[in-house]
Design a protein around this ligand. Structure first.
Ligand code: SIN
Length: 202
C-alpha cells in the first residue's frame, strides 16, 4: 500500500508521537524493522541546554530489532513547509532517512524518519539505566523538563499498545527517583493532536 504520489509518510518514534504538530491527513501506528528506540541522544535545544544537555530518543540500528511508532501522511502541497519545520525542530543531530513502514493491517509503504545517528555531535550513547534515569530527572530546556518528554512518550506508547521495555523500564526508574527525591515539575496538559502550528520539540 502507498499513499498518493505527491504525499509522504513521516514516521515518528519520540516526541513526534505525542506532539506531531505537522499538518497530517492521516496517522497510523507503523513499524520499522532494523531499528530500536533508545534514549541515547543529547538534547541541547529542547530538553536540555548546551552546557547540560538532556537525554532524548533516537533510533539505533539493530538487524534483529524493530520499532513501532506513528506514521503521518503529509499531502504534497504541505510538504515544503513540513520539511522546513521538522528540519528545524530536529536540527540537533538528526537527519532524514528513507524507510519501509509496515502498518498493523499488514500493508506497507515507503516513508521517512528522523534519526540521530551514532556518533553525531550531540550523541550520548548508552549508560546504565539508573544513570540515564538520574540524568533525565535532572534535565530541562526550552521545551520543558526531560521527565515530561519521557512520561509523554511512555504514556502514548501505552495508549497505542506499543511495547517498548527500554522506555518503560526507564520511566519506572525515573518515577522511583521522583518519589524518593524532591518534587519534580508535573507533566504538562495532553496534546490536542496534529494540525497547524509547529512547536519546537523534543
Ligand atoms: C521522532 O520523534 O521521531 C524524532 C525524535 C524526537 O523528536 O523526539
Amino acid at each position: 500500500m502507498s499513499g498518493p504520489a505527491d504525499g509522504v509518510w513521516i514516521f515518528g518514534y519520540g516526541s513526534l508521537i505525542w506532539r506531531p504538530d505537522i499538518p497530517f491527513l492521516e496517522s497510523r501506528v507503523a513499524r520499522v524493522r532494523g531499528w530500536k528506540r533508545r534514549f541515547w541522544q543529547g538534547s541541547h535545544d529542547h530538553r536540555g541546554v548546551p552546557h547540560a544537555p538532556g537525554r532524548v530518543a533516537t533510533l539505533v540500528p539493530d538487524a534483529d530489532a524493530s520499532c513501532e511508532g506513528v506514521a503521518y501522511f503529509i499531502d504534497g502541497v504541505r510538504l515544503q513547509e513540513t520539511w522546513a519545520d521538522l528540519d528545524h525542530r530536529e536540527k540537533n543531530g538528526y537527519r532524514r532517512e528513507a524507510v519501509r513502514l509496515e502498518f498493523r493491517d499488514g500493508t506497507a509503504a515507503d516513508g521517512v524518519l528522523y534519526v540521530a545517528p551514532v556518533g553525531n555531535r550531540a550523541y550520548l550513547g548508552p549508560a546504565p539505566l539508573p544513570e540515564m534515569a538520574a540524568h533525565i530527572a535532572g534535565s530541562a530546556g526550552p521545551s520543558g523538563t526531560n521527565i515530561d518528554y519521557l512520561r509523554r512518550l511512555a504514556g502514548e506508547l501505552q495508549r497505542l499498545e506499543i511495547d517498548d521495555p527500554h522506555v518503560f523500564r526507564l520511566e519506572r526508574c525515573v518515577e522511583d527517583l521522583a518519589r524518593a527525591d524532591a518534587p519534580l515539575p508535573p507533566a504538562r496538559p495532553a496534546p490536542t493532536g496534529g494540525g497547524a502550528g509547529l512547536q519546537r520539540e523534543p
